[in-house]
Write a protein that binds this ligand. Structure first.
Ligand code: ATP
Length: 401
């Protein structure tokens, strides 16, 4: 039996790791491959933004899931103190007597192995497989492999394949800038976004793809239009444009669900529908959308609240909430309705006046159709009317439906 072992911080595991393991598995045909995240790596300090151990184990498991016969092991996380590879190999030797152990590593690790704790024990218990992290190190690797063979009797396998020159450090720096997605296995990226590890913010192209998969095809154009309008408004009013885009992309994410679907999502997230939502379950998609966006895509409170209040509004909205509330109502694909042009113009001239008119129009529309008016909309209209009065500004004239 041959066991391939890959140790690291996996903070997070990236495509360089996956490429290495795939190459090693193809070349060495192990019966089993173990990815082992270190509890306390001997060679490096874990970065300040390192998530809990269970998160690294979970992400390592997701990366392992991409490779047949590969699994994540908590053997080092479960052990106290510094995670020495020699100790891990001793445990594996006992656990799998007679098995051939091969320890996989990148260029940096092969070149530094003699500085590790008990290097001679490591090389006695396991063969070494090395996969280059970058081009142009072949001679260095070959020379070191030769030296280790001569000095320690090491069995060294030099693997060939195109390197993926990336490090977890690079990835951690990119994630808060909505970048780095292409450097990670899909499942790992989705997990990082869902849990907002490393201060990650979603790549918006990725988010669109994900969010649109929950929409009826006919709704996609509306969501695209809402994003475009939210971006314009964010630029006009000095809000974070990509946050406005994120909220807009997600604002209707649960819209396609009917009454029963909405109620099921409510139950899942502990949302208790009020009497207006019970009478008109259409309203629920804002609350269920916010909860879903927070759970599935890790939307932070400011973005989740912009989704939560995009239909009814609420008094004293943040600028982001006002932007999403308006963008939904006035995006370019909206079928014309009375007051649309007036709200569109106001949205770029006076945000409060635009919100007031938009809420006033909703009150008129809902009342005319005999639907129960959600009090949040009435309160929103009253709040912004008073705000305008306090500012000495007149509400926008509109003579109703
Ligand atoms: P960090 O940037 O946090 O130091 P890292 O990207 O070097 O992390 P580790 O999890 O510490 O990743 O590395 C685990 C093992 O994977 C080491 O043997 C390392 O040499 C190897 N490795 C890391 N990145 C690559 C890569 N891009 N290609 C090949 N091997 C890699």
């Amino acid at each position: 039996m041959r066991i391939l072992i890959y140790g690291g911080s996996f903070n997070p595991p990236h495509l360089g790791h996956v490429r290495s393991v795939r190459t090693a598995v193809a070349a060495l045909q192990p019966d089993k491959t173990l990815l082992i995240p270190a509890a306390i790596p001997p060679h490096k300090h874990l970065a300040a933004e390192t998530p809990a151990q269970e998160e690294r184990l979970c992400m390592t498991g997701l990366a392992a899931g991409e490779i047949p016969g590969c699994e994540a092991s908590d053997i080092e996380l479960a052990r106290e103190g510094t995670s020495y590879t020699s100790d891990t190999l001793r445990v594996l030797r006992e656990r799998y007597p007679g098995a051939e152990l091969i320890f996989l590593m990148g260029t940096d690790m092969l070149l530094s192995i003699e500085t590790w704790h008990e290097p001679e024990v490591i090389m006695a218990l396991a063969g070494l497989a090395v996969f280059a992290r970058e081009e142009g190190r072949e001679a260095e690797i070959a020379a070191q492999a030769d030296r280790l063979r001569r000095t320690y009797g090491a069995r060294v396998y030099v693997l060939e394949g195109e390197p993926v020159p990336v490090s977890s450090t690079d990835v951690r720096a990119l994630l808060p800038r909505r970048q780095g997605r292409e450097l990670l296995p899909d499942g790992v990226y989705a997990h990082i976004i869902r849990r907002r590890l490393y201060g990650a913010r979603p790549d918006l192209a990725w988010l669109r793809e994900e969010a649109f998969s929950y929409l009826k095809p006919t709704r996609v154009e509306h969501v695209r239009g809402t994003e475009a309008m939210a971006r314009r408004l964010a630029r006009r009013w000095g809000a974070e444009e990509s946050d406005a885009a994120e909220a807009a992309i997600l604002h209707d994410v649960t819209k396609k669900y009917d009454r029963d679907g909405q109620l099921r999502i409510c139950e899942k997230y502990g949302i208790i529908p009020d009497k207006w939502e019970k009478a008109n379950p259409e309203l629920l998609h804002a609350k269920t959308g916010a909860a879903f966006a927070a759970d599935r895509f890790g939307a932070p409170v400011a973005i989740a609240d912009a989704i939560r209040f995009h239909t009814t509004g609420r008094p004293a909205m943040t600028v982001l909430e006002q932007i999403v509330f308006l963008a939904d109502a006035i995006e370019a694909n909206r079928r014309p309705y009375p007051a649309l042009e007036a709200i569109r113009q106001a949205a770029f001239a006076d945000l409060d006046a635009a919100v007031e008119l938009c809420a006033r129009r909703t009150v008129a529309y809902v009342t005319e159709r005999g639907l129960p008016l959600h009090p949040d909309t009435a309160r929103t209209q009253a709040y912004y009317l008073k705000k305008l009065e306090d500012r000495g500004a007149a509400p926008i004239p509109w003579d109703g439906l």
